[in-house]
Write a protein that binds this ligand. Structure first.
Ligand SMILES: *Cc1c(COP(=O)(O)O)cnc(C)c1O
Length: 384
């Protein structure tokens, strides 16, 4: 997991902190490049997963574009050196101000999520004397088989335009002179570890493409979003997601038209495994059925367990015997502030360090100041 020198260094740092293994990130990006980019696919990194500049730099060097869901994310991407022409911009609630940012930056695509948004975008583009490139985000009603809070492609979810609205859309578009309809966009959810939902998505894409063609529209690109999952249970067994199988699904099951580009928006699968949250055991407390290991990190540094019932692997950086049963909890005044319940770990003592693994995506970016806690530092493997 970590070499001795790294672990020793950890002991001298103030905890908790995030630690990013940039070598692993590079190797992950190499796989995305080999199986995706080199095959001619366009991969946008979903910047909301982690927007640290050190990480963005490697992602940029690997040739990925960016997927944004807010105006500030567009600014951040530009600041990190990405071009407007590499940015896709999704979100159900883009403000006029945010749309303006996208127009000013001549972004690759506004992924529009409602008919009303299309009208507003057209108006703002006309005022700015620009033509906005638009992808229609469609809700394909595909079951992603993931936690309900991170399912996005079902009729009950707020995202995208449902397929039954297409006739209305086809009628509207010719009158919207300041937008150019260039593609269709989908994103069915997150932490999807089975390939079947993506195969189902390919079928829906074909159906939708057909409807656009029948209405006389040709599409320059298809964007199938992201959502590919990672192995939280045993990250060392699968430090890099199987990108070969992932991209092959689309190669096999998606029928692209001549000259059509295929775009992806991957977040978690790129940065999830390279990050850990390093924390110190503050107290050990005997409970009735378990022992509580109280850490100095909590839901303020990693909210995924509290929010999505996510189980991150907890690896002690000491190895004592025998093993004992622990609830690993944070210090926050909130019962959901618990990382794991009833797990077997080598005996823990006050002052021991533990690594909460797979925290690179939706960890640091979702941190909060609840209980007036300070934001914690990030360290990187190449400059520890
Ligand atoms: C969050 C998001 C993604 C990335 O999702 P991951 O599960 O991290 O791959 C891609 N596209 C859109 C529109 C998103 O909102």
């Amino acid at each position: 997991m970590f070499d001795t020198a790294t672990t020793e260094k950890f002991h001298s740092l103030k905890t908790p902190f995030y630690y990013y293994d940039l070598e692993l990130l590079k190797r992950t990006l190499d796989e995305v490049k080999t199986h995706g980019i080199d095959k001619g696919y366009h991969v946008h990194y979903a910047i909301k997963a982690n927007y640290n500049f050190e990480i963005l730099e490697l992602i940029k060097q690997a040739g990925l574009g960016i997927d944004c869901v807010s105006g500030p994310e567009i600014f951040r991407s530009l600041e990190a050196g990405f071009k407007g022409s590499e940015i896709a911009f999704a979100g159900v609630g883009k403000t006029d101000e945010e749309i303006q940012v996208g127009l000013d930056s001549d972004i690759f695509s506004f992924n529009c999520e409602s008919l009303q948004e299309l009208e507003v975008l057209n108006e703002l583009a006309e005022k700015a004397n620009k033509t906005a490139s638009v992808s229609i985000r469609l809700n394909p009603n595909v079951e992603a088989k993931t936690h309900k809070y991170i399912t996005t492609g079902l009729n009950e979810n707020k995202f995208g335009i449902t397929i039954d609205k297409l006739p209305q859309l086809f009628e509207m578009v010719p009158d919207l002179a300041s937008i150019k309809l260039t593609g269709i966009h989908f994103h069915i959810g997150s932490q999807i570890t089975e390939l079947q939902p993506f195969i189902d998505l390919c079928e829906k894409v074909e159906l939708v493409q057909h409807k656009f063609e029948q209405a006389g529209f040709s599409l320059q690109h298809v964007n199938v979003g992201g959502g590919y999952g990672i192995n939280y249970e045993t990250p060392d067994k699968e430090p890099i997601p199987d990108f070969k199988s992932f991209f092959e699904v689309f190669d096999k099951h998606l029928n692209l038209r001549d000259g059509q580009q295929l775009h992806f928006e991957l977040g978690r699968s790129i940065v999830g495994q390279c990050g850990s949250l390093i924390s110190r055991v503050l107290y050990i407390k005997e409970g009735i059925n378990t022992n509580f290991a109280v850490l100095d990190a909590g839901m303020t540094e990693l909210i995924r367990p509290a929010l999505y019932q996510a189980a991150h692997r907890v690896d002690p950086l000491t190895s004592r015997k025998p093993e004992k049963t622990y609830d690993v909890v944070g210090p926050i005044c909130e019962s959901s502030d618990s990382f794991r319940k009833g797990i077997q770990l080598p005996e823990l003592k006050r002052g021991d360090l533990v690594a909460i693994r797979s925290a690179g995506a939706y960890g640091e970016v979702m941190s909060s100041g609840f209980n007036l806690r300070e934001r914690v530092k990030a360290y990187y493997s190449d400059r520890l």
